[in-house]
Ligand binder design. Structure first.
Ligand SMILES: C[S@@+](CC[C@H](N)C(=O)[O-])C[C@H]1O[C@@H](n2cnc3c(N)ncnc32)[C@H](O)[C@@H]1O
Length: 252
């Protein structure tokens, strides 16, 4: 595993979201497009690496049966509290995604995994585990930190770093977190090998640059984001790619 220790008492992941209202709202907009529009009390979802339950307020509109899986006990406790504040009762399950099929006792209609793949070096293994916990025709909602987003391409081409366009993952380290940006085509190849087919994809947080946030009023920025997420996905423009993926084959 690579990344921050979300269990560390000195690392508060909730603080990461301070000042990131635009990114949070952009993800909510994308998720609403990818999730079922109606509520069904029997429909189930497990949010893998769901952390403190940031996206529970979106899931509650579509699912009557919500679980959060995470290796951080500290964040699972926060998720239970957040759920309570929303009037929800959720299941929390503690463990490592690479072993998830041995830790859950049923199959789900939906699995989501948002902002987690950048911590995973072995996407093959992770996707196979997710395949095993999905029902037949189940849906996997995946977010990937996009290696080839527009700004990174421009920066690297200006440095004549043509190797950057290769279909592999790269390690990026920020102030307190080390993580991997994946090439979306590489991710799509692994999904195919793991029994999945991509049904839809969206480019998300397309205007996260400080200059856009400063110059464009928040509501207008979100309207632009909303209207361009689909179109910009064809060129993998944004820093995050959201996928709606269907399970078509069972993996061994
Ligand atoms: C950046 S946070 C994202 C949390 C949440 N999905 C969100 O978008 O707010 C990454 C989460 O993945 C969890 N995580 C990372 N690697 C994991 C693993 N191998 N197994 C289970 N959870 C993991 C961390 O504990 C953390 O809660």
């Amino acid at each position: 595993m690579v990344g921050a220790d979300y269990n560390d008492k000195n690392y508060d992941y909730t603080k990461y979201w301070e000042g990131r209202d635009y990114e949070n709202a952009s993800e909510v907009i994308a998720l609403k497009k990818l999730l079922p529009k109606n509520f069904n009390k029997d429909r189930s979802i497990i949010d893998v690496g769901g952390g403190f339950g940031r996206l529970l307020s979106v899931f509650k509109d579509s699912f009557g049966d919500i679980s959060i899986f995470d290796y951080s006990v500290k964040l699972l406790e926060a998720a239970t509290k957040n759920a309570k504040n929303l009037g929800l009762s959720i299941n929390t399950i503690n463990g490592d995604i690479y072993n998830i099929s041995n830790l859950v006792d049923k199959k789900y209609d939906y699995v989501s995994m948002i902002r987690v793949s950048h911590h995973l070096e072995d996407l093959n293994k992770a996707f196979e585990e997710i395949n095993k916990i999905l029902k037949e025709d189940g849906i996997f909602i995946l977010e990937v930190a996009n290696k080839v987003h527009f700004k990174s391409i421009v920066v690297n081409l200006l440095k004549f770093n043509f190797k950057y366009l290769k279909k592999d993952s790269i390690s990026v380290t920020s102030k307190d977190v080390a993580f991997l940006n994946h090439h979306p085509k590489y991710v799509e190849d692994i999904l195919k090998d793991s029994g999945f087919v991509v049904e839809d994809k969206l480019s998300v947080s397309n205007f996260r640059l400080a200059v856009f946030k400063k110059l464009i009023p928040f509501n207008l920025l979100l309207r632009l984001e909303d209207s361009l997420q689909k179109m910009l996905s064809f060129i993998y423009f944004g820093p995050s790619i959201f996928y709606r993926i269907k399970k078509v084959n069972e993996v061994e």
